[in-house]
Write a protein that binds this ligand. Structure first.
Ligand code: UD1
Length: 434
């Protein structure tokens, strides 16, 4: 299993480019199941979750080309015949977003068999809201042997009110309703930019969707969708991670190819902490050489502060003067990184959904273990300012969602390298779901 070795102390200087958003690319790839025609997606990040989705769609009978060479950020998907509308446990357990195929499969094929995801490192991960929503559209759903089986002749438009805001739940229903008979109105929807990006693609495919990006989405069902070409939005979480890296290391970094309008809550928090930033149309520059003050954070659905930036923010909070209280409202167990940060010298106490971070404490290098995708990013950030050489184990988590992280960081001055195990064990199956 690969490890990352990071020697702390270098300020990040120069320009780093943000990749396409994994969390937009995944539902857009699933959306290609809704048509027999070719869907071309550009700005696809080269991360492991994309490869998992390629395997998932291929196993169903779709043809999926992930571009190489000059076209290496493009994928072409053609789902002419979906012979096996199933998502197996083997794939779903490594990537919970695999459940995104449930809605498109039942809408297109009239049946779907998708493994239940089970729990994961950051808490319970039910899909009851996806199931309830599809039932509202007329699907018959049973759960047996760990699989959800859904059938429907043709889905029927309906009123759906989500009990709780769910990102992939909104996306799943959105995709399903495009081919339903009649009109669907969904309320209490997730407002994430990734939902709006998916709706953009679906509209290019011939869907009739209004209101995506707001909490009420209306969809007029159509009998068929066609092929389309679409460019995935930039990854706001990757951008936010680099902003914090620059702030922590006291660097001067331009984060380019991002959409600053998607980063408002993160930029506001950085400003509160004392980090200086300036914005261009598609870039943000951080001039990090300023003292940082503690600031509380609570995670919320978009446009609030994202849970996917909580771990990275915690690394920053360890280096701010004063006490920061970080409240995690979305996932109940998402503080696995805290104990690893403590091993590096941080002063963090966990009380239920709150982490109390007392800064600033010098960090010193240690051998640490990444528990999930964003937790591993937080450990890389801490390592960038730690004294000595930190070794981060289980970096397959970071490879799920960050494209060439070590090359990007190295390109702006970080001392970071990847090593393989000298005597590799048989790789344990990755279990975290982010
Ligand atoms: C998505 C993102 C993930 C991000 C999360 C929250 C993708 C691929 N992943 O995950 O990176 O951290 O949004 O912003 O886009 N819930 C239920 N029942 C359901 C569905 C969700 O109770 O049927 C609960 C969850 O347990 C959680 C909350 O709702 O507490 C939000 O989860 P949700 O928005 O669904 O997260 P994901 O879509 O899985």
């Amino acid at each position: 299993m690969d490890k990352l070795v990071v020697r702390g102390g270098n300020p990040l200087l120069g320009t780093v480019r943000v990749s396409g958003a994994k969390n937009a690319a995944l539902p857009c790839m699933a959306a290609a199941l809704l048509t027999e025609e070719e869907v071309i997606l550009e700005n696809i990040p080269q991360v492991r979750d994309i490869e998992t989705t390629r395997r998932l769609l291929s196993a169903m009978g779709a043809q999926v080309e992930l571009g190489y060479g000059r076209a290496h950020h493009r994928t072409t998907i053609q789902a002419r015949n979906l012979t096996t509308p199933e998502a197996s446990y083997d794939l779903v357990k490594t990537m919970r977003a695999s459940t995104l195929v449930l809605g498109p499969l039942v809408a297109r094929c009239g049946r779907a068999r998708v493994s239940l995801p089970g729990g994961c490192a950051i808490g319970a991960r039910p899909i009851d809201l996806h199931i309830k929503g599809l039932e509202r559209l007329g699907a018959k759903i049973t759960t047996e042997h760990g699989y959800v089986e859904a059938t429907a002749n043709r889905l029927k438009g309906a009123e759906v009110v989500f009990d709780k805001i769910t990102v992939t739940g909104t996306e799943d229903l959105l995709m399903a309703s495009t081919l339903a008979d009649g009109e669907t109105t969904m309320q209490n929807c997730a407002r994430e930019p990734e939902v709006a990006d998916l709706a953009d693609l679906l509209n290019k495919m011939g869907a009739k969707i209004h209101g995506a990006g707001t909490s009420t989405i209306c969809v007029k069902g159509v009998p068929k969708l066609h092929g389309a070409k679409h460019r995935i939005i930039p990854d706001r979480i990757e951008a936010g991670t680099f902003l914090i890296a620059a702030a922590l290391t006291g660097g001067d970094l331009k984060v380019s190819g991002c959409d600053p309008t998607h980063l408002t809550s993160i930029l506001q928090k950085l400003q509160e902490v004392g980090v200086k930033t300036t914005q261009g149309a598609d870039s943000i520059r951080v001039m990090g050489d300023t003292p940082h003050q503690a600031a509380d954070v609570f995670t919320e659905e978009y446009p609030g502060f994202p849970t996917d930036m909580q771990a990275q923010y915690m690394a920053l909070a360890t280096q701010a003067d004063g006490t920061s209280i970080i409240t995690e409202n979305i996932f109940e167990k998402r503080f696995m990184h805290a104990q690893e940060l403590v091993r590096m010298g941080a002063n963090i106490k966990i009380e239920g959904r709150r982490a109390i971070v007392r800064g600033r404490t010098p960090l010193s290098a240690a051998a640490v273990l990444a528990s999930d995708l964003r937790a591993s990013a937080s450990l890389v950030l801490a390592a960038l300012v730690a004294d000595g050489e930190t070794i981060i184990d289980r970096v397959y988590h970071i490879d799920r969602g960050y494209e060439h992280i070590e090359e990007k960081l190295k390109g702006v001055g970080a001392e970071i390298r990847r090593i393989g195990e000298m005597f590799p064990r048989k790789a344990a199956a990755p279990t975290a779901q982010f």
